[in-house]
Design a protein around this ligand. Structure first.
Ligand code: A3P
Length: 302
């Protein structure tokens, strides 16, 4: 039951590795020790749903005084990977003193942890959460390619058939896919002022509008002057797939994880190049069944 490095194990109804990144131990560690603050921003996703993109966008929106100073050429996103700008609570934060890692206010964190397993202080403190959901077929394809790029050599490659089977069984990091999405979707309906539910597909259609709404939701709305000065477009540009891919051509995020692995196709619907009609039909059936009675079904159809 492995994707990248080792088998996944069930913890609180979701699948996690037993060691290393996003492990059960790290999720438990964050549950025990992580202290959220009301001004914090949390970016929640399943892996391969647009984590890198939403990290870049949120970082660029919140830190856009960089533009005002006319210092676009020195923008941090032009020299750092979005994963270096926004840490995961399950990994980076646990390795260091949580308050010292991100000194800025607001602190921006990311997480792959399902809503029901988040540290209680995130739920209780009234901070804002942004969730990005992506259609399951593109998540599967993206995860399949990523897994083969970062997989331990000793494991050999994972075939698409194996990946498909695991995905359908719900066995993906932080999965099952459907439960992860439903958890945040339900929480969004209960706390619409605190949780913003975005989809990769909508972001791909009209990112400028999403950036404006996201900024408003985060409490950093664009002023009329900023809009007139083209700052929204600057944010979109610096966070675009093409720009980020160019900046992140070389180097590793950490051992065995090259920066470029986070930028593959960057588009909606690549699944049609991988799934057979039968696979597509099976996934549609599972999704329909799992999202029965849920509006979320409409959000992710492609
Ligand atoms: P593909 O493999 O389909 O190309 P994550 O950041 O959650 O790991 O997700 C990675 C996926 O998001 C990859 O999808 C990657 O290409 C895509 N991606 C990364 N940055 C992006 C950006 N700025 N705009 C659109 N898609 C992006």
């Amino acid at each position: 039951k492995g994707w990248h490095t080792e088998n996944l194990y069930l913890y609180q109804g979701h699948w996690f590795p037993s060691k290393y990144l996003f492990s059960i131990a790290n999720v438990m560690g964050s549950q025990k020790t992580f202290q959220a603050m009301p001004s914090d921003i949390y970016l929640a996703t399943l892996p391969k749903s647009g984590t890198t993109w939403i990290k870049a966008l949120t970082f660029a929106i919140v830190n856009r005084t960089m533009y005002k100073n006319n210092s676009l050429s020195t923008h941090k996103l032009l020299s750092s990977n979005p994963h270096d700008c926004v840490p995961f609570i399950e990994n980076e934060i646990l390795r260091a003193n949580p308050t010292s890692v991100v000194e800025n206010c607001p602190r921006i964190f990311a997480t792959h942890t399902p809503y029901t397993s988040l540290p209680q202080s995130i739920i209780d403190c009234g901070c804002r959460i942004v969730y990005v959901c992506r259609n399951p077929k593109d998540v599967l394809v993206s995860l399949f390619h990523f897994a083969n790029k970062v997989r331990d050599e000793s494991l050999g490659i994972i075939t698409f058939e194996e990946a498909f089977k695991l995905f359908c069984e719900g066995v993906i990091p932080s999965g099952p896919y459907w439960d992860h999405v439903k958890g945040y979707y339900k929480a969004t309906s209960e706390h619409p002022a605190r949780i913003l539910f975005l989809t990769y597909e909508n972001m791909s259609v009209d990112i400028a509008n999403i950036v404006k709404n996201l900024a408003k939701f985060l409490g950093y709305p664009f002023t009329k002057e900023e809009e007139a000065a083209g700052i929204v477009e600057e944010v979109v540009k610096i966070c675009s797939f093409e720009k980020l891919r160019e900046v992140n051509k070389h180097g590793n995020i950490r051992a065995g994880i090259p920066k470029h692995a986070f930028f593959r196709e960057g588009r909606v619907g690549d699944w049609s190049n991988h799934l057979t009609d039968e696979m597509s039909h099976i996934l549609d059936q599972i999704t329909k069944e799992k999202f029965r009675d849920e509006m979320v079904n409409a959000c992710i159809s492609t």
